[in-house]
Write a protein that binds this ligand. Structure first.
Ligand code: SAH
Length: 308
């Protein structure tokens, strides 16, 4: 199994965590282990790295990579359960948490995982390799549901016409493979628009992937859970890859870093709320990184420090 992943905003992310050698750090999306390895390098034998991923292939790879290290725990979990993972280890709070959202290059470029519109494979796209697959979204959903998914999770302008094409194609036979789907999507986009903004199937594939993996549904709660496991002074850093994810993270961070919520015309504060966090970093990729790594195109890093 080849497990290569070029992480984006790498140096910025590691720096944002302000790693203390004896601290405890949770990598919620350990994937190919790039960020995890950099965290581990900065830890002393008293420090601890908890490397989480929901993908069994990633876990196997992480166990091979870090299995022998006494200060690493590799955990096969969904990051929404990070609080349980941390408390089961008897830890009261951790010094840093990282989430590098989205799919890994390994997932994207392993044909049989069915994420890529370039590689022909059965429609799958499940990060955890269990539950409903892309096939189960594309084939049984009615036209309105497909339209909603493409529009909400892909911001696809031609959601209606693409959903119509899929429903028409399904009358002849189920849509079974990535390339079949990519062709149908293309046929639902006017020729002029097909030439703009990258591969014509990109947005719909993103939308289906988000639906299959419940990525946005669970993100808000997950970010609160990640913040919740921090000790005072700890930092949560999240890397997002599209505006929908980024908006969710930004809104949670805003809520956490907002103090008083009294209406502005109240002469004195009656809610007594003070901020729980302080936003400490917001970064996008440098021009150099954009040139070297197309995955960095819409990446954003946001960090928040826990104040209380
Ligand atoms: N930073 C990593 C790459 C992360 S890619 C590196 O340096 O190699 C994103 C990873 O997050 C994928 O492996 C994916 O399986 C995992 N992932 C996505 N959603 C998850 C979730 N809800 N819980 C746990 N892992 C998740």
């Amino acid at each position: 199994m080849e497990f290569r992943h070029v992480p984006v905003l790498f140096g910025e992310t590691i720096e944002s965590l302000r790693i203390q050698p004896n601290g405890v750090y949770v990598d919620c999306t350990a994937g190919g282990g790039g960020h995890s390895a950099a965290i581990l390098e900065r830890l002393s034998p008293e420090g601890l790295l908890i490397a989480i991923d929901r993908d069994p292939d990633a876990i196997e790879n992480l166990r091979q990579k870090f299995g022998g290290a006494p200060n690493v725990r590799v955990v096969h979990e969904n990051y929404i359960n990070v609080a349980r993972v941390v408390s089961e280890m008897g830890l009261a709070g951790v010094n840093g948490v990282l989430a590098d959202l989205g799919v890994s290059s390994y997932q994207r470029y392993t044909p049989e995982r069915g994420f890529s519109f370039h590689l022909d494979a059965p429609l799958d796209m499940r990060m955890s390799q269990e539950g409903l697959s892309a096939f189960d979204v594309v084939n049984p959903s009615d036209e309105a549901e497909l339209r909603r998914i493409f529009f909400a999770y892909g911001e696809e302008k031609f959601a209606s016409s693409i959903a119509g094409r899929i429903v028409a194609a399904r009358k002849i036979k189920p849509v079974e493979t990535t390339l079949e789907l990519a062709e149908i999507i293309k046929s639902g986009i006017p020729a002029k628009a097909r030439r703009e903004g990258g591969h014509p199937a990109r947005r719909v594939f993103q939308a289906i992937r988000i639906e299959v993996n419940g990525e946005l549904e669970n993100l808000q709660q997950s970010v609160y859970e990640m913040f919740g496991v921090l000790a005072v002074g700890g930092v949560l850093s999240v890397i997002t890859f599209h505006s929908l994810e980024d908006r969710t993270v930004k809104n949670v961070f805003r809520e956490l870093s907002t103090g008083c919520t009294c209406p502005p015309d109240f002469p004195v504060c009656v809610c007594g709320k003070t901020p729980r966090g302080r936003v400490c970093c917001k970064k996008g990729p440098s021009a150099k990184e954009l040139e070297e790594n197309p995955r960095a195109r819409s990446a954003k890093l946001r960090s928040i420090e826990k104040l209380k």
